[in-house]
Design a protein around this ligand. Structure first.
Ligand code: ZN
Ligand code: ZN
Ligand code: ZN
Length: 378
Protein backbone atom coordinates (compact mmCIF):
# COMPACT_ATOMS: atom_id res chain seq x y z
CA UNK A 1 0.00 0.00 0.00
CA UNK A 2 1.65 3.22 -1.19
CA UNK A 3 1.50 6.08 1.29
CA UNK A 4 -0.57 9.17 0.67
CA UNK A 5 1.04 12.61 0.59
CA UNK A 6 -0.07 12.91 4.26
CA UNK A 7 1.78 9.76 5.24
CA UNK A 8 4.90 10.90 3.39
CA UNK A 9 4.87 14.10 5.45
CA UNK A 10 4.44 12.18 8.69
CA UNK A 11 7.28 9.79 7.85
CA UNK A 12 9.65 12.59 6.81
CA UNK A 13 8.99 14.30 10.13
CA UNK A 14 9.66 11.06 12.03
CA UNK A 15 12.96 10.54 10.19
CA UNK A 16 13.99 14.09 10.97
CA UNK A 17 13.06 13.71 14.64
CA UNK A 18 14.98 10.42 14.80
CA UNK A 19 18.10 12.17 13.47
CA UNK A 20 17.63 14.98 16.01
CA UNK A 21 17.15 12.47 18.84
CA UNK A 22 20.32 10.64 17.72
CA UNK A 23 22.26 13.91 17.79
CA UNK A 24 20.91 14.71 21.26
CA UNK A 25 21.91 11.25 22.49
CA UNK A 26 25.40 11.44 21.00
CA UNK A 27 24.69 8.60 18.57
CA UNK A 28 26.20 9.20 15.11
CA UNK A 29 23.93 6.89 13.14
CA UNK A 30 21.01 4.52 13.62
CA UNK A 31 21.02 1.16 11.82
CA UNK A 32 17.46 -0.13 11.64
CA UNK A 33 16.78 -3.64 10.33
CA UNK A 34 13.23 -5.03 9.67
CA UNK A 35 10.82 -4.60 12.56
CA UNK A 36 8.50 -2.05 14.14
CA UNK A 37 11.13 0.74 14.18
CA UNK A 38 11.65 0.41 10.41
CA UNK A 39 7.91 0.49 9.79
CA UNK A 40 7.54 3.49 12.12
CA UNK A 41 10.27 5.48 10.33
CA UNK A 42 9.69 4.73 6.63
CA UNK A 43 6.43 2.73 6.44
CA UNK A 44 8.16 -0.41 5.14
CA UNK A 45 7.02 -3.70 6.64
CA UNK A 46 10.04 -5.70 5.51
CA UNK A 47 10.45 -9.42 6.06
CA UNK A 48 13.53 -10.26 8.15
CA UNK A 49 15.76 -12.29 5.80
CA UNK A 50 19.35 -13.48 5.83
CA UNK A 51 20.10 -10.82 3.19
CA UNK A 52 20.56 -7.40 4.78
CA UNK A 53 17.79 -4.80 4.71
CA UNK A 54 18.83 -1.80 6.81
CA UNK A 55 17.75 1.81 7.16
CA UNK A 56 20.65 4.17 7.86
CA UNK A 57 19.67 7.31 9.77
CA UNK A 58 22.78 9.44 10.24
CA UNK A 59 22.70 12.21 12.85
CA UNK A 60 23.59 14.55 9.97
CA UNK A 61 23.30 13.98 6.24
CA UNK A 62 20.85 11.93 4.21
CA UNK A 63 19.16 8.75 5.38
CA UNK A 64 19.23 5.71 3.06
CA UNK A 65 17.52 2.35 2.89
CA UNK A 66 19.82 -0.52 1.95
CA UNK A 67 17.97 -3.47 0.39
CA UNK A 68 18.93 -6.60 -1.51
CA UNK A 69 18.26 -6.17 -5.22
CA UNK A 70 15.47 -8.73 -5.20
CA UNK A 71 13.63 -6.76 -2.47
CA UNK A 72 13.84 -3.44 -4.29
CA UNK A 73 10.36 -3.65 -5.82
CA UNK A 74 8.82 -4.52 -2.45
CA UNK A 75 10.62 -1.60 -0.82
CA UNK A 76 9.44 0.76 -3.55
CA UNK A 77 5.87 -0.55 -3.34
CA UNK A 78 5.84 0.34 0.36
CA UNK A 79 6.41 3.98 -0.57
CA UNK A 80 9.64 4.13 1.45
CA UNK A 81 11.33 5.55 -1.66
CA UNK A 82 9.26 8.72 -1.25
CA UNK A 83 10.98 9.53 2.03
CA UNK A 84 14.41 7.97 1.71
CA UNK A 85 16.90 7.02 -1.01
CA UNK A 86 16.88 3.26 -1.72
CA UNK A 87 20.32 1.69 -2.26
CA UNK A 88 20.47 -1.88 -3.56
CA UNK A 89 23.16 -4.46 -3.03
CA UNK A 90 23.91 -7.39 -5.31
CA UNK A 91 24.34 -11.01 -4.26
CA UNK A 92 28.14 -10.70 -4.39
CA UNK A 93 28.39 -7.34 -2.54
CA UNK A 94 29.42 -7.05 1.09
CA UNK A 95 26.22 -5.36 2.26
CA UNK A 96 27.69 -4.53 5.67
CA UNK A 97 30.73 -2.76 4.19
CA UNK A 98 28.44 -0.93 1.77
CA UNK A 99 26.21 0.22 4.65
CA UNK A 100 29.21 1.31 6.73
CA UNK A 101 30.42 3.40 3.77
CA UNK A 102 27.01 5.10 3.53
CA UNK A 103 27.35 6.04 7.21
CA UNK A 104 30.87 7.43 6.66
CA UNK A 105 29.80 9.35 3.54
CA UNK A 106 26.86 10.96 5.36
CA UNK A 107 28.93 11.92 8.41
CA UNK A 108 32.13 12.69 6.50
CA UNK A 109 33.81 10.84 9.35
CA UNK A 110 34.15 7.49 11.08
CA UNK A 111 31.17 7.10 13.47
CA UNK A 112 32.14 6.98 17.16
CA UNK A 113 28.80 5.47 18.21
CA UNK A 114 26.15 3.62 16.19
CA UNK A 115 22.69 2.58 17.41
CA UNK A 116 21.73 -0.90 16.25
CA UNK A 117 18.05 -1.91 16.19
CA UNK A 118 17.00 -3.56 19.47
CA UNK A 119 15.93 -6.73 17.69
CA UNK A 120 18.69 -6.89 15.07
CA UNK A 121 20.02 -10.44 14.72
CA UNK A 122 23.26 -11.03 16.64
CA UNK A 123 24.88 -12.22 13.41
CA UNK A 124 24.24 -8.80 11.85
CA UNK A 125 25.31 -6.87 14.95
CA UNK A 126 28.66 -8.67 14.83
CA UNK A 127 29.10 -8.08 11.11
CA UNK A 128 28.45 -4.37 11.63
CA UNK A 129 31.00 -4.41 14.43
CA UNK A 130 33.54 -5.90 12.03
CA UNK A 131 32.67 -3.31 9.35
CA UNK A 132 33.01 -0.39 11.83
CA UNK A 133 35.53 -1.71 14.37
CA UNK A 134 36.16 1.66 16.00
CA UNK A 135 32.46 2.41 16.63
CA UNK A 136 30.79 1.70 19.91
CA UNK A 137 27.42 -0.03 19.49
CA UNK A 138 24.41 1.00 21.57
CA UNK A 139 20.74 0.11 21.12
CA UNK A 140 18.76 2.24 18.65
CA UNK A 141 15.83 1.83 21.02
CA UNK A 142 17.55 4.11 23.51
CA UNK A 143 17.11 6.85 20.88
CA UNK A 144 13.79 5.86 19.26
CA UNK A 145 11.92 4.87 22.44
CA UNK A 146 10.93 8.44 23.33
CA UNK A 147 9.49 9.02 19.85
CA UNK A 148 7.35 5.89 19.82
CA UNK A 149 6.28 6.20 23.47
CA UNK A 150 4.05 9.24 22.91
CA UNK A 151 1.58 8.45 20.15
CA UNK A 152 0.44 11.16 17.76
CA UNK A 153 -3.36 11.56 17.39
CA UNK A 154 -3.31 9.53 14.15
CA UNK A 155 -1.59 6.65 15.98
CA UNK A 156 -4.11 6.73 18.84
CA UNK A 157 -6.77 6.60 16.11
CA UNK A 158 -5.12 3.47 14.76
CA UNK A 159 -5.22 1.86 18.21
CA UNK A 160 -8.85 2.97 18.63
CA UNK A 161 -9.79 1.20 15.38
CA UNK A 162 -7.86 -1.91 16.45
CA UNK A 163 -9.65 -1.94 19.81
CA UNK A 164 -13.06 -1.60 18.14
CA UNK A 165 -12.22 -4.54 15.88
CA UNK A 166 -11.18 -6.85 18.73
CA UNK A 167 -14.17 -5.75 20.83
CA UNK A 168 -16.38 -6.83 17.92
CA UNK A 169 -14.81 -10.30 18.12
CA UNK A 170 -15.43 -10.54 21.88
CA UNK A 171 -19.03 -9.48 21.36
CA UNK A 172 -19.54 -12.61 19.21
CA UNK A 173 -18.06 -15.04 21.79
CA UNK A 174 -21.46 -16.66 22.44
CA UNK A 175 -21.38 -18.08 18.90
CA UNK A 176 -18.36 -20.25 19.72
CA UNK A 177 -17.72 -20.73 23.41
CA UNK A 178 -19.78 -23.47 25.05
CA UNK A 179 -19.31 -26.67 27.05
CA UNK A 180 -18.38 -29.72 24.93
CA UNK A 181 -16.09 -27.89 22.50
CA UNK A 182 -12.29 -27.94 22.80
CA UNK A 183 -10.24 -24.80 23.39
CA UNK A 184 -8.64 -25.38 19.99
CA UNK A 185 -11.99 -25.46 18.17
CA UNK A 186 -13.08 -22.25 19.85
CA UNK A 187 -9.67 -20.70 19.12
CA UNK A 188 -9.94 -21.50 15.41
CA UNK A 189 -13.29 -19.73 15.16
CA UNK A 190 -11.93 -16.74 17.05
CA UNK A 191 -8.88 -16.52 14.74
CA UNK A 192 -11.14 -16.42 11.69
CA UNK A 193 -13.27 -13.72 13.32
CA UNK A 194 -10.18 -11.61 14.12
CA UNK A 195 -9.41 -11.47 10.38
CA UNK A 196 -13.07 -10.93 9.48
CA UNK A 197 -13.13 -7.95 11.83
CA UNK A 198 -10.49 -6.15 9.76
CA UNK A 199 -7.15 -7.33 11.15
CA UNK A 200 -4.48 -8.40 8.64
CA UNK A 201 -2.86 -10.82 11.06
CA UNK A 202 -3.79 -12.83 14.13
CA UNK A 203 -1.08 -12.24 16.72
CA UNK A 204 -2.30 -14.63 19.42
CA UNK A 205 -5.38 -16.47 20.62
CA UNK A 206 -5.53 -17.62 24.23
CA UNK A 207 -8.50 -19.77 25.23
CA UNK A 208 -7.67 -21.00 28.73
CA UNK A 209 -10.44 -23.04 30.33
CA UNK A 210 -10.68 -24.32 33.89
CA UNK A 211 -7.21 -25.14 35.32
CA UNK A 212 -5.53 -23.84 32.14
CA UNK A 213 -6.77 -20.38 33.13
CA UNK A 214 -4.22 -20.39 35.96
CA UNK A 215 -1.41 -20.19 33.35
CA UNK A 216 -1.38 -16.58 32.06
CA UNK A 217 0.23 -17.40 28.68
CA UNK A 218 -1.55 -20.69 27.96
CA UNK A 219 -2.58 -20.72 24.27
CA UNK A 220 -5.13 -23.38 23.37
CA UNK A 221 -5.22 -27.13 23.86
CA UNK A 222 -7.45 -30.12 23.19
CA UNK A 223 -9.07 -29.78 26.60
CA UNK A 224 -12.85 -30.03 26.33
CA UNK A 225 -14.57 -27.08 28.00
CA UNK A 226 -16.84 -28.22 30.85
CA UNK A 227 -19.97 -26.63 32.27
CA UNK A 228 -19.06 -24.19 35.03
CA UNK A 229 -15.52 -23.60 33.68
CA UNK A 230 -14.22 -20.05 33.79
CA UNK A 231 -12.50 -19.38 30.43
CA UNK A 232 -9.86 -16.67 29.95
CA UNK A 233 -9.97 -15.37 26.34
CA UNK A 234 -7.05 -13.06 25.49
CA UNK A 235 -6.85 -12.16 21.80
CA UNK A 236 -5.14 -9.69 19.50
CA UNK A 237 -4.08 -8.93 15.96
CA UNK A 238 -2.56 -6.25 13.75
CA UNK A 239 -4.58 -3.88 11.57
CA UNK A 240 -3.58 -2.90 8.00
CA UNK A 241 -1.78 0.20 9.34
CA UNK A 242 0.23 -1.98 11.74
CA UNK A 243 -1.43 -0.95 15.01
CA UNK A 244 -2.26 -3.81 17.36
CA UNK A 245 -5.25 -4.90 19.42
CA UNK A 246 -5.09 -6.84 22.69
CA UNK A 247 -8.12 -7.48 24.86
CA UNK A 248 -8.98 -10.07 27.50
CA UNK A 249 -12.35 -11.05 28.88
CA UNK A 250 -13.08 -13.97 31.18
CA UNK A 251 -16.26 -15.92 30.49
CA UNK A 252 -18.02 -18.78 32.21
CA UNK A 253 -19.18 -21.75 30.12
CA UNK A 254 -22.62 -23.26 30.58
CA UNK A 255 -23.47 -22.65 34.21
CA UNK A 256 -22.53 -20.53 37.21
CA UNK A 257 -18.90 -20.83 38.43
CA UNK A 258 -17.90 -21.88 41.94
CA UNK A 259 -18.12 -19.39 44.82
CA UNK A 260 -14.38 -18.84 45.13
CA UNK A 261 -14.19 -17.78 41.48
CA UNK A 262 -17.14 -15.41 41.78
CA UNK A 263 -15.50 -13.89 44.87
CA UNK A 264 -12.14 -13.15 43.28
CA UNK A 265 -13.63 -12.07 39.96
CA UNK A 266 -15.41 -9.24 41.79
CA UNK A 267 -12.07 -8.25 43.36
CA UNK A 268 -10.38 -8.33 39.94
CA UNK A 269 -13.06 -6.17 38.35
CA UNK A 270 -12.64 -3.56 41.07
CA UNK A 271 -8.84 -3.67 40.71
CA UNK A 272 -9.01 -3.18 36.96
CA UNK A 273 -11.46 -0.28 37.30
CA UNK A 274 -9.40 1.46 39.99
CA UNK A 275 -6.23 1.06 37.94
CA UNK A 276 -7.86 2.55 34.81
CA UNK A 277 -9.33 5.40 36.84
CA UNK A 278 -5.89 6.25 38.25
CA UNK A 279 -4.45 7.01 34.79
CA UNK A 280 -3.81 10.66 33.94
CA UNK A 281 -0.87 12.83 32.85
CA UNK A 282 1.65 13.33 35.66
CA UNK A 283 1.23 10.03 37.51
CA UNK A 284 3.87 7.31 37.22
CA UNK A 285 3.58 3.96 35.47
CA UNK A 286 4.24 2.19 38.77
CA UNK A 287 1.37 4.00 40.49
CA UNK A 288 -1.03 2.52 37.92
CA UNK A 289 0.34 -0.94 38.76
CA UNK A 290 -0.05 -0.23 42.48
CA UNK A 291 -3.67 0.91 42.01
CA UNK A 292 -4.58 -2.59 40.77
CA UNK A 293 -2.23 -4.51 43.07
CA UNK A 294 -3.41 -2.80 46.26
CA UNK A 295 -7.03 -3.90 45.72
CA UNK A 296 -6.02 -7.50 45.00
CA UNK A 297 -3.59 -7.66 47.95
CA UNK A 298 -6.14 -6.15 50.35
CA UNK A 299 -8.57 -8.95 49.43
CA UNK A 300 -5.89 -11.56 50.19
CA UNK A 301 -5.10 -12.56 46.60
CA UNK A 302 -1.82 -10.63 46.19
CA UNK A 303 0.27 -13.81 45.84
CA UNK A 304 -1.92 -14.93 42.92
CA UNK A 305 -1.36 -11.78 40.79
CA UNK A 306 1.87 -13.01 39.25
CA UNK A 307 2.65 -10.45 36.53
CA UNK A 308 2.91 -6.71 35.91
CA UNK A 309 -0.34 -4.79 35.37
CA UNK A 310 0.32 -3.91 31.74
CA UNK A 311 2.48 -3.06 28.75
CA UNK A 312 2.59 -0.36 26.11
CA UNK A 313 1.13 -1.13 22.70
CA UNK A 314 1.42 0.38 19.24
CA UNK A 315 3.12 -1.11 16.17
CA UNK A 316 4.19 -3.87 18.58
CA UNK A 317 1.95 -5.88 20.89
CA UNK A 318 4.37 -5.33 23.76
CA UNK A 319 6.38 -2.13 23.93
CA UNK A 320 7.07 0.61 26.47
CA UNK A 321 5.83 1.86 28.86
CA UNK A 322 5.83 -1.15 31.18
CA UNK A 323 3.18 -0.76 33.89
CA UNK A 324 5.20 -2.31 36.67
CA UNK A 325 6.60 -1.56 40.15
CA UNK A 326 9.90 0.30 39.83
CA UNK A 327 9.00 2.14 36.61
CA UNK A 328 8.85 5.81 37.53
CA UNK A 329 8.14 6.95 33.95
CA UNK A 330 5.71 9.86 34.23
CA UNK A 331 2.65 9.36 32.03
CA UNK A 332 2.04 11.91 29.27
CA UNK A 333 -0.81 12.44 26.81
CA UNK A 334 -0.51 10.00 23.90
CA UNK A 335 0.95 7.12 25.88
CA UNK A 336 -1.06 3.92 25.26
CA UNK A 337 -0.92 0.71 27.26
CA UNK A 338 -2.84 -2.28 28.57
CA UNK A 339 -4.32 -2.60 32.05
CA UNK A 340 -4.64 -6.32 32.64
CA UNK A 341 -4.55 -7.51 36.23
CA UNK A 342 -5.15 -11.22 36.74
CA UNK A 343 -5.74 -13.68 39.56
CA UNK A 344 -4.53 -17.26 39.05
CA UNK A 345 -5.48 -20.09 41.36
CA UNK A 346 -3.22 -23.08 40.49
CA UNK A 347 -5.06 -26.30 39.71
CA UNK A 348 -8.46 -24.60 39.69
CA UNK A 349 -8.93 -21.60 37.37
CA UNK A 350 -7.91 -18.02 36.72
CA UNK A 351 -9.24 -14.69 35.52
CA UNK A 352 -7.88 -11.63 33.72
CA UNK A 353 -9.53 -8.45 32.48
CA UNK A 354 -7.60 -6.39 29.93
CA UNK A 355 -8.28 -3.11 28.16
CA UNK A 356 -6.05 -0.80 26.17
CA UNK A 357 -6.13 2.78 27.45
CA UNK A 358 -4.75 6.05 26.06
CA UNK A 359 -3.56 8.88 28.29
CA UNK A 360 -5.57 11.94 27.23
CA UNK A 361 -4.93 15.65 27.87
CA UNK A 362 -6.51 15.48 31.32
CA UNK A 363 -7.24 11.83 32.09
CA UNK A 364 -7.72 8.55 30.30
CA UNK A 365 -9.64 7.08 27.39
CA UNK A 366 -10.49 3.39 27.51
CA UNK A 367 -10.16 2.15 23.92
CA UNK A 368 -11.77 -1.25 24.65
CA UNK A 369 -15.27 -0.63 25.87
CA UNK A 370 -17.19 -3.91 25.88
CA UNK A 371 -18.80 -5.17 29.06
CA UNK A 372 -16.51 -6.43 31.81
CA UNK A 373 -19.12 -8.10 34.02
CA UNK A 374 -18.95 -11.88 34.14
CA UNK A 375 -20.95 -13.40 31.28
CA UNK A 376 -22.20 -17.01 31.27
CA UNK A 377 -22.21 -18.42 27.71
CA UNK A 378 -23.62 -21.55 26.06
ZN1 ZN B 1 1.00 -11.17 27.79
ZN1 ZN C 1 -3.65 -9.70 26.15
ZN1 ZN D 1 -1.67 -7.49 26.88
Amino acid sequence: MAPTRDTTGILSTRLQRAAEAATAAGVDALLVTPGADLRYLVGYQAIPLERLTCLVVPASGDAALVVPRLERLAAEASGAGDVVKIVTHEETDDAFALTADLVRDALQAEPATVGVADRMWAEQVLRFRAAMPRSEQVTAGSVLRALRLRKAPAEVDGLRRAAAAIDAVHSRMGEWLRPGRTEREVGRDIAQAIVDAGHTSVNFVIVASGPNGASPHHHTSDRVIEAGDPVVVDIGGSMPDGYCSDCTRTYVAGSAPDDEFARYYAVLLEAQQKSCASVRPGVTAQSVDAAARDVIAAAGYGELFVHRTGHGIGLEEHEEPWIVAGNDTVLEPGMCFSIEPGIYLPGRHGARIEDIVAVSADGVERLDTIDRELVVLG
